[in-house]
Design a protein around this ligand. Sequence first.
Ligand SMILES: Nc1ncnc2c1ncn2[C@@H]1O[C@H](COP(=O)(O)OP(=O)(O)OP(=O)(O)O)[C@@H](O)[C@H]1O
Length: 307
Amino acid sequence: MDSLPIQVNGLTRFYGKTRGVDDLAFTVERGEIFGFLGPNGAGKTTTIRLLMGLIQPTRGSARIFGLDCWRDATAVKSHVGYVPGDARLYEAMTGAQFLDFLAGFRPGIDPARRRMLVERFDVDLSRTIKHLSKGNRQKLALVQAFMHDPPLLILDEPSSGLDPLMQRELLTFLREEQARGKTIFLSSHLLYEVEQVADRVGIIRDGRLVAVATIEELKRQRTRRMEVAFSMPIDLAQLASVDGVQVLQVREGGRWVELGVSDGLPVLLRRLSELPVVDLVYAPPDLDSVFMGYYQRQEAITGERAR
Ligand SMILES: Nc1ncnc2c1ncn2[C@@H]1O[C@H](COP(=O)(O)OP(=O)(O)OP(=O)(O)O)[C@@H](O)[C@H]1O
């Protein structure tokens, strides 16, 4: 298998008149973790369903290891571990029966690997699936995707429903799989999650790819929000003069400020340490600030052209 794990070209899918995704183009290299980021309804699940050959493109193509995702869908599936966004499992089976059932289609599964995954993700195999909580179903969906040890993992919001501890465990596991040479396509609407593991990200909004960037580039684009409360009004100039810091809002007569931090955190912290801080919230990086960065840059480019 010399071909790229994923190669997408002009990929377009409409649902009647509704745009699912429009003219997507990107590749995923062997051995990388590629984050696929976008808000709800952006087109992540549509893209993944096209990759898995579950729906047909309106135009364009998607290839996995050189195979056409629609025409060669059966062959594609044997190379991929897939966690669907809405894990619809066989309700009447127990977890163990479900894994046995799937193993029937995928000969050669190593029982030790299956046991390791069940333990690691702490899956209760004895209960009927319809009686499992959302998180426990999700964990079972992870085990079935990783069980046959495929070279490519396609994961549609795999951490949804998992508690924070298990979310972290999943990210650790993905890094280990990458170290074993696996390629991972990870969709998420959580920037801070993707930032922890991905090498590159594709950002999708309203069905269109806004950008493909390395994590370093992405981090340069985004701003994080910080709220700081003080015991008395402060001189804002001390904060506003830090490079990479913007004062977004001031309330309570200068005793509460909201800052946008794109750079300069160490300098900012030194300044704050000299001020009468009583409380501080540093929000996780969010997707909106990334979009803002890209739109501002886009406007700057188009503005320059118009001049
Ligand atoms: N079966 C369908 N029929 C009609 N429209 C659909 C269908 N599936 C998706 N869409 C539409 O396509 C667009 C992209 O949806 P998609 O589910 O791919 O987004 P998403 O990024 O996965 O969002 P979420 O995170 O909410 O699952 C949305 O406008 C959605 O309403």
